[in-house]
Design a protein around this ligand. Structure first.
Ligand SMILES: [Zn+2]
Length: 184
């Protein structure tokens, strides 16, 4: 287990909150802010002096209200790229993250927000071509729909990580996210 591994973080109510790095998860354990739901097999994180068993799923001991955290998710570049499967949503090309940018569908200069529903992955060329126009004005139709963008971003991102983590699945697919459903 490298220090770059991810740990699934659950709310006290078992709602998935996202992932944290292994080191941060171990610090949270030491601070007693989380308890371990699943260990990552018998993997350990080695430091020069110690070995720490590595958790795979941890759960907060206190409830955290996630509404604000969800709303700021649009600022997280990688989450948007994962949601859009690293494809430019104008030309459809799949690119490396360094060749991608975030495009505001309704440009910020015209009142567009940073909400995940207004932000898509775009390659540099398409982003420059579109400029500060709407897709309609630029005659660059989006390959996605607002409905698709409304898909729960957190869930898509977690499922992306969970492909390699079978022990996460029961937490991700068993949880009914009623708070999100009500807002949708
Ligand atoms: Zn493009």
């Amino acid at each position: 287990m490298s220090i770059n591994g991810r740990v699934l973080l659950l709310n006290q109510t078992y709602e998935p909150l996202g992932t944290v790095g292994v080191a941060r998860a171990i610090v949270m354990l030491f601070k007693n802010t989380v308890s371990v739901e699943e260990w990552d097999g018998d993997r350990v994180l080695r430091t020069p002096r110690e070995e720490y068993p590595v958790p795979s799923v941890v759960r907060r001991r206190t409830y955290v209200n996630v509404r604000r955290r969800r709303e700021s998710a649009g600022k997280n570049r990688v989450r948007i790229y994962i949601r859009d499967q690293f494809r430019c949503q104008y030309c459809g090309e799949r690119k490396n993250p360094v060749e991608l940018t975030l495009d505001h569908i309704l440009p910020r200069s015209r009142g567009g927000t940073g909400s995940p529903v207004n932000v898509v992955t775009a390659c540099i060329a398409c982003n420059q071509r579109k400029g500060s126009r709407t897709p309609e004005e630029a005659r660059m139709p989006l390959l996605t729909t607002q409905t698709a963008l409304r898909t729960k971003l957190e869930r898509v991102v977690l499922c992306h990580y969970a492909e390699a983590r079978p022990e996460w699945k029961k937490y991700l697919f068993g949880y009914e996210d009623t708070a999100t459903l009500k807002r949708a």
